[in-house]
Design a protein. Structure first.
Length: 132
């Protein structure tokens, strides 16, 4: 599983705050870097947020490994999406996206549908079919 990282090692002596590097998507869907300064309470909040996200991602991975969810569910969590966001990204109705979380339904999906999901997760279709 890829690590979710952020940098809080640099302490600005003038401001007494931490410099953190964040990645966000611009309007064209490209990643851009943003450097912001935060105090210790913000840093703790951010660390707690990532801890919770890592737990959710691992729980999703375990559901896929145990055969209870499809890889789409895992990659949705890994990409910090919810079903509604994923639905709009792939232009598939919400109820169908939720249905695609079922392993039996996932196995029957057409290549063009899998390609939509793969594109949304920036993966190849073969990568979408498995998780590590």
């Amino acid at each position: 599983m890829d690590e979710l990282k952020f940098d809080y090692k640099y302490k600005d002596p003038e401001h007494g705050t931490h410099r953190e590097l964040f990645y966000s998507l611009d309007k064209d869907g490209n990643y851009e870097k943003n450097v912001r300064f935060h105090d210790d309470s913000d840093r703790i909040f951010i660390e707690q947020f990532w801890d919770v996200q890592k737990e959710r991602i691992e729980a999703a991975r375990q559901l896929v490994v145990s055969g209870k969810k499809s890889p789409i569910y895992y990659y949705m969590e890994k990409n910090l999406m919810d079903p509604m966001t994923l639905s709009s990204q792939v232009s598939i109705s919400l109820w169908r996206v939720k249905r695609h979380f079922k392993p039996t339904v996932f196995k029957k999906l057409k290549e063009e549908t899998l390609a939509k999901y793969a594109e949304a997760f920036k993966l190849k279709v073969d990568e979408l079919k498995t998780i590590i």
